[in-house]
Design a protein around this ligand. Sequence first.
Ligand SMILES: [Zn+2]
Length: 322
Amino acid sequence: MNQLLIVFLTLSLAGCYGESSNTDQATAEGGAESSENTDTSEEADTSDGSDISEETDASEETDPLEETDPSEEPDPAEETDVSEETDPAEETDPATDVIDDESKLLWPIDCIPGESCSIGHADIDSDGLAFNCESPGYTGHEGTDISLYSWDQMDAGVDVYAAQSGRVLWAFDHPGAYDRCDANSTEEDCLPPNSNYYPDLDDGYAICTDAGDYCPADSGGDSCFWCFVGKNVVVIEHYNGDVFATRYDHFKSGSILVAAGDYVQRGEKIGEVGSAGSSTGPHLHFEVWGDDYYSLAEPFVGECGPNRTESLWGISVEPWAR
Ligand SMILES: [Zn+2]
C-alpha cells in the first residue's frame, strides 16, 4: 500500500462546493514550484543576426534601371492622399496596439469577460485571494473558470482554443454524457463515482488515466494514476513556451476535436464549452501546469500572487484583447 500513489486531479468550479476536499491531496502533490520562466539564454543568442555580408552586396541592391523607372514609383495621386493614414480614430484605438507574444498563452475561449462571460479566478496558493487581491472563484481554486452567461450561449456553440501549440496528452470525450450539469443535477454523470478511484475508472463525473510515463520516478511503477472530474477533458503538453501543459474541462459532449497524441497549434479549436462533470453551469475550467505535471501556475500577474513577476499570457493584462 505504501507504494500506491494516488494523484487526484480534481477540479471544481465557481459555486461548485463539496469538491475542495478532493483537492488537498493533489495540491500537496503538485507543489508550488514557480521557478520556470527565467531561462532566457536562447533569446539572447544574436550570432545569426550579425552576419551582414549578404545585405551589403551592392550589385543587387542598387540596380539603377529599376530605381529610376518613373512610370511606377511616384504616383502623385497616391502619395498625397493622407486621408486614410492619419485617421485619428484608428490611431488611438488601443486594440491596434495590442502585442501578442506568441511564446505565451492565448486566451482559450471565444468570449470576452464583461461582455459574454465572466471569470472566477484561481487561488492556487489557497490564501483566499485572487492574483488581483479580489475574491477568487473560491478558495483553493486550481484554475481559471470562464463562465458563459446562459445555456443559450452553450447551445449556440462557444469555441475553446489551444492556448499554446503542443501535443495532446489526454482527450476524454463522452458523446453521450449529460453535459448540462448544474448545482442540483442528479444525473449520474454529474455526481461522484460509485466506487473508489482507480486507474481507468470512468464513472460518474470522474475519469482516471491509466499508468504511464507521467508517473513520478518513485511512484512504484504502474500504481500511479490521475483523475479528472470534468468528464470531458483535454490536456495539452507544450514545448515552445514557459508553460508545461494546459488543461481544459467540462466540454460539451461530443464536441472535442482532438485525440491523445495529436499536435495542435496555438489558437486551434479543440472543442466547445459545456457543463459536463462536476459543474454548476456552462464554463471552461482552464488550468495551467507551470513546469511539470500538475505543478499549478497562475497565468495572471498581480500583487496578491502567487505570480508576482510576469504574466503567462501573450497579451499580458487583458489576454482576451485583440
Ligand atoms: Zn474551475
